[in-house]
Design a protein. Structure first.
Length: 492
């Protein structure tokens, strides 16, 4: 069967360009895994990475029409305010004569399948959850002319305004999946790889457990299988890898032993790698082994410096775990990157002060790019997460974004909302300036003194705004205060 797997064009959001939520939405190698599984099933597959090649939708449309696949599988990524361009792309395919079966898969279709099927008539089906087995069964059924409407993992229109979905269990044996297809991208120094899928926790803001049938679910590939893929990629010239797993280490003692064994197997390969983990899973002996094996970068989801807010997020870890993990990393010579949510709809001003003091105490506000990120992140409430459902039940959520996939949530404390309205645009202004070649703080050419100067000023301003919000006086209009702060930062 003639099949195309498409990574559609992406457009960077002006508001969300720095949000860590982009990682699960955009990455996870889903398109490559889908293409590999279909190819292994004997189908003729073209994997078109229009995003990696930086194509626009017009060029991508012509390429799809020229190929005329019988089955088009699109890794449908939510890219914020521009997502409607993807939905229009699907509509334009039909208008221009595309007659094949159109399937959307990925995080966005899995979490919003009901509203997408009701709103995007051009899509025939949506794959919900892991895509490989479902897409292979769909392709086989279409090829044989069979009935695909009741296939597990496939969301379909039942008739009228109803949607049918029989959920498919998550893949038990990840080793059974073929290695993902990767487009040949010259100049890419680091290649992403997955050693596991899922997470054993269920944080209220996270897309990952919701994607796996709303379950906290972690599964690891065998170490032999992982090493085999790494050696294959090494033969193609790569020596630096990034494990894009939501939770590299995995649960409990078993996870510790597995990660330690993997480190021992990776050490002789003479590679470097990065990974993501939860602070409570980082132990001294394990970290030592990982560093000896080539670990050079690490992202930890700390999320908050307030114990109350960690509980609200269902984080499942404590502040001491976070502090210990930061200390461990620095002793090992690794400066950790931090996942952090400064503003939550339920935050109090005292909770924001706890966040700020935690970051200050741990010297995490000493580098301009990191400072601007950590001081500006707010909780992103996306459809399908437990947070979205909770705020809906409390009648505090207003659906926003394309198809209501985002949720705007009313803050409990108006002073927190004021602080966010003033501080976040100021931080985004700094991050935008860092991306401009003609800026004095352009990241490729700025000297250390310029960065330090602006960084110190940004920290002082945030502290001052926080004190202002903690005071008992009347707060000025957020728009006026924001303009004043951005103007002040522009002069630094």
């Amino acid at each position: 069967m003639n099949i195309m797997v498409l990574e559609h064009p992406r457009i960077v959001s002006k508001k969300h360009f720095n949000d860590i939520a982009n990682t699960p939405l955009w990455s996870c190698l889903m398109g490559g895994y889908a293409a590999a599984a279909l190819q292994a099933a004997g189908h003729e597959v073209r994997y078109l990475d229009a995003a990696g090649q930086q194509w626009g939708f017009k060029r991508t449309l012509l390429a799809v029409l020229d190929t005329a696949p019988q089955l088009l599988c699109i890794n449908a990524v939510y890219f914020w305010e521009h997502t409607d361009k993807l939905l229009l792309f699907c509509q334009n395919l039909r208008k221009n004569g595309f007659e094949g079966h159109l399937n959307l898969f990925g995080f966005f279709p899995s979490l919003a399948y009901q509203v997408i099927l009701k709103s995007v008539p051009a899509a025939d089906t949506l794959t919900v959850g892991e895509c490989e087995i479902t897409l292979c069964e769909l392709a086989s059924t279409l090829e044989q002319g069979g009935a695909w409407h009741a296939l597990p993992g496939l969301a379909v229109r039942k008739g009228g305004n109803d949607v049918r979905l029989v959920k498919r269990p998550a893949v038990k044996d990840l080793d059974a999946l073929p290695f993902p297809i990767r487009p040949q991208c010259e100049g890419i120094e680091t290649v992403s790889i997955l050693a596991s899928r899922g997470c054993y926790n269920h944080c209220s803001f996270c897309l990952v457990p919701s994607f796996y049938n709303s379950r906290a679910l972690w599964r690891g590939r065998s170490i032999c299988n992982i090493v085999e893929e790494i050696e294959m990629l090494m033969n193609k010239g790569w020596r630096d890898f990034y494990f894009a797993d939501p939770n590299f280490i995995g649960p409990g003692e078993k996870g510790q032993r597995r990660a330690a064994e993997m480190a021992e197997r990776l050490a002789p390969l003479n590679i470097t790698f990065g990974m993501e983990t939860r602070p409570n899973d980082l132990k001294p002996v394990l970290l030592e082994k990982l560093c000896a094996a080539g670990l050079t970068s690490l992202l930890m989801g700390i999320e908050s410096g307030s114990a109350a807010m960690l509980k609200q997020l269902n984080k499942g870890g404590g502040l001491q775990d976070a502090s210990n993990a930061i200390t461990l990393c620095r002793k090992a010579g690794i400066e950790p990157e931090i996942g952090f949510i400064m503003f939550l709809p339920d935050s109090s001003i005292s909770g924001i002060r706890c966040n700020f003091e935690f970051l200050t105490h741990h010297l995490l506000l000493d580098r301009l790019d990191r400072t601007a990120n950590l001081l500006s992140h707010g909780q992103i409430v996306l459809m399908g997460t437990t947070g979205y459902k909770r705020f809906q039940q409390e009648k505090r959520l207003e659906p926003a974004g394309v198809l209501g996939f985002e949720g705007h949530v009313r803050f409990f404390d108006p002073r927190v909302q004021w602080l966010q309205a003033v501080a976040v645009p100021a931080c985004l202004h700094i991050l935008e300036q860092m991306s401009q070649p003609d800026s004095a703080i352009y990241w490729k050419k700025a000297d250390d003194a310029a960065w330090r100067n602006v960084n110190e000023r940004l920290v002082v301003i945030f502290d001052s705004l926080l004190s202002e919000a903690q005071g008992s006086g009347m707060l000025p209009e957020a728009i006026e205060r924001r303009s004043q702060i951005i103007s002040e930062l522009s002069l630094v």
